[in-house]
Write a protein that binds this ligand. Structure first.
Ligand SMILES: [Mg+2]
Length: 386
């Protein structure tokens, strides 16, 4: 050995989570919302969205924020479950997201690794991803590894069933003028002829070139779904969404085989294991997972890998603020759902240009909660030290 001096390798001391804050807020909707589940009497019109917010801080002063949500019921339960498990994050390295997510899942495993439990954990998992991307100074999509800087987007909020047809057409025009690329309208009314009348009117209004989807929100039985699916073929739809009960994997598979129009589903499922039934049965052409509903970004990415392997298209449900980043990382050209409902919660707005939603170049998810969000907050709790 010569007398040369080796450089001392840099020792990295892992950062640690020192503080977790949970809060819940009630976001009122401008008007009561009805899809087919309301028209068939299964649910009441929706008047608010309850949001669970998780903020994580580390010893080194890094921060990340995530959220989960519920519609109609379950918000207080998500908040209660998150409160029970949040202290398990303290002292953990925030980079070890998979380890932390698994720990949180097992903490509440006796109530099931699905549903409210996974949705409570989702807010924390998303906060850790936001933190990691912010610390890297990268948009989340870039941290994960992106395929594109913008994603095709379609509007849903203008086509609900409580909205009279002339207003649906007006709102479709406004969406297209705002740079949104496709239009989705709700179907699944007790009178199927009324559904067909609305779809025909919207297709005629939009012309043949605008991408159009329909969403039956699980309200058809197998026979009706097949009849309606055949009647809808002439409208050249991008997809028919939730034609059947969300858990009818076999029925969806039979339908998907029988129709030329692609079948889309998955938004109501609450775990990767539930989605796997759809993948294994080849139930859908387009998978529609929802990261806050299935436990966060960690399980979403696992599912996305399986969906791609199976040759499926991807169109995540709701929460565009999160799903835009995740859709940007999907190998096949995806869609992201444009919903302005959560806009008041954030300082920033997403840009839509030429039919696509632009991934923000801000670090992390690229959102900060607004004063309005704080004003709507009903409960807050802290763990650890600031
Ligand atoms: Mg839907």
């Amino acid at each position: 050995m010569s007398g040369s001096i080796r450089p001392t390798p840099e020792v990295t001391v892992p950062d640690r989570i020192r503080h977790v804050e949970l809060s819940t807020l009630r976001l009122p909707l401008a008007q009561p919302i009805s899809d087919a589940k309301v028209l068939t009497g299964r649910q009441r019109p929706m008047t608010e969205v309850v949001v669970l917010v998780a903020a994580v801080r580390t010893e080194d002063g890094h921060e990340g924020t995530g959220f989960s949500y519920s519609k109609r019921a379950g918000g207080p339960a998500q908040y209660a479950h998150a409160k029970e498990v949040a202290a398990d994050l303290l002292g953990e390295d925030p980079s070890d997201i998979a380890k932390v997510a698994t720990k949180l899942l097992w903490a509440g495993a006796s109530v099931g690794r699905s549903g409210v439990a996974t949705q409570a954990i989702a807010a924390l998992d998303i906060a850790l991803h936001d933190l990691k991307a912010r610390r890297a100074g990268l948009p989340l999509s870039k941290l994960l590894g992106s395929h594109r800087d913008s994603v095709r987007t379609y509007n849903t909020s203008g086509g609900f069933l409580h909205t009279p047809l002339p207003e649906v057409l007006e709102r479709a025009d406004a969406s297209l003028a705002a740079g949104i690329g496709g239009i989705k309208i709700k179907v699944g009314q007790p009178d199927t002829r009324e559904d067909l009348r609305r779809v025909a009117a919207v297709r005629e209004h939009l012309g043949p070139d605008v991408p159009l989807m329909v969403d039956a929100n699980q309200q058809w039985d197998r026979r009706t779904a097949l009849r309606m699916g055949r009647a809808l073929e002439e409208f050249d739809l991008v997809w028919i969404e939730e034609p059947l009960d969300a858990y009818d994997a076999v029925g969806h598979a039979d339908l998907a085989r029988a129709l030329d129009t692609p079948v889309a589903t998955g938004e109501m499922l609450a775990s990767v294991a539930e989605h796997l039934q759809l993948v294994e049965h080849r139930s859908a052409d387009v998978l529609q997972p929802d990261a806050p509903r299935i436990g966060g970004i960690t399980p979403f990415l696992r599912l996305a890998a399986l969906a791609d392997q199976a040759g499926l298209d991807l169109a995540p449900h709701f929460a565009m603020e999160i799903h835009l980043h995740l859709a940007a990382t999907y190998p096949r050209e995806p869609w992201v759902e444009h919903f302005e409902w959560l806009d008041p919660l954030f300082e920033e707005r997403l840009e839509t240009v030429a039919g696509r939603m632009v991934v923000p170049d801000r670090p992390g998810l690229g959102f900060t909660f607004s004063e309005q969000a704080r004003a709507w907050t009903t409960e807050r709790v802290e763990f650890g030290t600031r």
